[in-house]
Design a protein around this ligand. Structure first.
Ligand code: PGA
Length: 225
């Protein structure tokens, strides 16, 4: 049975109080975790309290950050670096299209961020919308572990997901360039369409935005897999 990944990208939503309510409601959904890795990526401010809840309840949930500083510790006002994240999370999202679009993140910044992720022993979840975006990072990634999420721009937050056949084709292209990668699909994933992606040979999980904000819907996604 293949290992499946369910990554929740909460984006800039949820206070610590709201995250705590989400956790309580998610836990009572009785989600089976066998062969399933569930990773929540909240805002930085929410990570410590969610980590305490996970530890106190012996929950198998893993944590990821939504971003990382391209620099190591130092005089970089406002940045959260890999050394700080290492204390709290296992994964880091990099290259999300919203960061590329709204924060003008360049390939050079992305490379530096990936280097920081690896330097601190974290696992990157690299988001791409085109296979060619891998060209900028193949050298840094080399043979190291990586999760790559294929997220077509038209599908993000639109309610118009890509077809599972098209997503599988992209997943094959990703593995063609980075054979060690674990490939996820992201973009308008719901409980109603998740199984069509996970039935594919190469796709090993999903990156979920809007639908992960509801603990009931996110549980449904995990259960339908
Ligand atoms: P969505 O977002 O599930 O709301 O489409 C996915 C993402 O941006 O990672």
């Amino acid at each position: 049975m293949k290992q499946l990944f369910f990554v929740a990208n909460w984006k800039s939503y949820k206070t610590t109080q709201e995250a705590s309510e989400w956790f309580d409601r998610f836990k009572i959904q009785d989600v089976g975790f066998k062969n399933k890795e569930v990773i929540i990526c909240p805002s930085f401010t929410v990570i410590p309290s969610l980590k305490s809840l996970i530890i106190n309840h012996k929950s198998p949930i893993h944590l990821g950050a939504q971003d990382i500083s391209p620099f190591d510790e130092g005089a970089y006002t406002g940045e959260v670096n890999g050394k700080q994240l290492k204390e709290l999370v296992d994964y880091v999202l990099v290259g999300h299209s919203e960061r590329r679009k709204d924060f003008a993140e360049t390939d050079a910044m992305l490379k530096n961020k990936l280097e920081q992720v690896y330097h601190y022993g974290l696992t990157p979840i690299l988001c791409i919308s085109e296979i060619s975006q891998l060209d900028a990072v193949v050298e840094v990634v080399d043979t190291k572990a990586i999760i790559v999420a294929y997220e077509p721009l038209f599908a993000i937050g639109s309610g118009l997901p890509d077809s599972s056949e098209s997503a599988e084709k992209m997943a094959e292209g990703i593995v063609g360039k980075l054979p060690q990668s674990t490939v996820l699909y992201g973009g308008s994933v719901t409980g109603a369409n998740v199984s069509s992606y996970l039935e594919q040979k190469t796709i090993q999980g999903v990156l979920v935005g809007s639908a992960s904000l509801s603990p009931e819907e996110f549980s449904t996604i995990i259960k339908h897999a």
